[in-house]
Design a protein around this ligand. Structure first.
Ligand code: PLP
Length: 293
């Protein structure tokens, strides 16, 4: 049985500077009930989370994930997380799985109606084996997201840029993709712009330039996309953010879905039409993403 771990966190104020937060963590038995039945995270998906990739006990891109956790909390009017406390919790959780690929998940929930609130915990568990999909890529279908590119700015209460626990729509999109004979999906706005996949960012290649949909369009700013861009720039490639149309995707020289745990997977077909891919380039990207970052 793969080992799983959970640490409950007693969240301290963002202004707390005590330095050592180990006294605020309690390791819990993942097989035992821990959360109250009144938890808003389970009743309403009302909370935010992060999934951090861990390789041989090293958690990757921790600062980018913590910054996004704080950003999501701000958008959801949750108390600001104390990042030093979360940093220490991530390091403690990552150290529990010192070998192989693992996932450390950070959850900050609205909590329980009459307290305690907020509720916070981290889990650590071994990651699934993604070696085949990293090698073979994914066929995607484009799926209507049901709103236009301006929705995120026009209607901030939709929380489009926050990584909330409400992933039922994202999971439904993946099931729909499979019903349509594909492996994954890319969301498209009503006005024809591609956004992101249900659990990954999209990067396109056009010649020596790489482009990704701008996060102002109401999507998550991917930590893996940021990291891939740093790598590509150090290799001399140009990178940028843009509004990307569905036909830009269909006509790209290559495209990838990138995310913290599965890492980079090539898009090999869009809506049944093949897309060129470069397996050696993808393997290089994954070699970089598997290195300590
Ligand atoms: N977009 C969505 C909707 C996601 O769920 C994720 C990751 O889970 C991403 C993008 C990629 O983010 P990251 O690279 O930080 O894992």
């Amino acid at each position: 049985m793969p080992q799983r771990f959970a640490l409950m966190i007693d969240p301290v104020d963002a202004s707390d500077t005590r330095g050592d937060y180990s006294g605020t963590f309690t390791e819990v038995d993942v097989a035992s009930p821990v959360l109250s039945v009144g938890e808003f995270s389970t009743q309403r998906g009302d909370g935010v989370f992060e999934s951090i990739g861990v390789i041989d006990g090293h958690a990757n891109e921790v600062e980018a994930h913590l910054q996004r956790l704080a950003h999501s909390a701000r958008l959801c009017d949750l108390p600001a997380p104390n990042l030093a406390q979360w940093r220490q919790a991530v390091s403690a959780a990552a150290g529990l799985i010192p070998e192989g690929e693992a996932v450390v998940k950070l959850i900050l929930s609205r909590g329980v109606e009459h307290g305690p609130a907020p509720t916070a915990w981290v889990t650590a568990s071994p990651a699934a084996d993604f070696s085949a999909v990293r090698r073979d890529g994914v066929r995607v279908v484009t799926l209507d997201r049901g709103y236009d590119l301006g929705a995120g700015e026009r209607a901030p209460w939709l929380l489009l840029g926050a990584k909330t626990l409400s992933y039922a729509v994202n999971m439904a999109a993946l099931r729909e993709a499979r019903r349509r004979g594909a492996d994954d999906a890319v969301f498209v706005t009503r006005d024809g712009y591609v956004l992101e996949a249900p659990t990954a960012s999209l990067i396109l290649r056009r010649g020596d330039e790489f482009v990704t949909p701008a996060p102002s369009g109401g999507i998550l700013h991917g930590t893996t996309q940021l990291s891939v861009y740093e790598h590509l720039e150090s290799c001399g490639f140009r990178t940028g953010y843009a509004t990307v149309t569905a036909s830009d995707l269909a006509n790209a020289d290559a495209a990838w879905l990138v995310s913290s745990i599965r890492l980079a997977v090539a898009v090999t077909a869009v809506d049944g039409e093949p897309l060129p891919s470069d397996p050696a380039f993808t393997a290089d990207l994954n070699a970089y993403l598997l290195s300590p970052r």
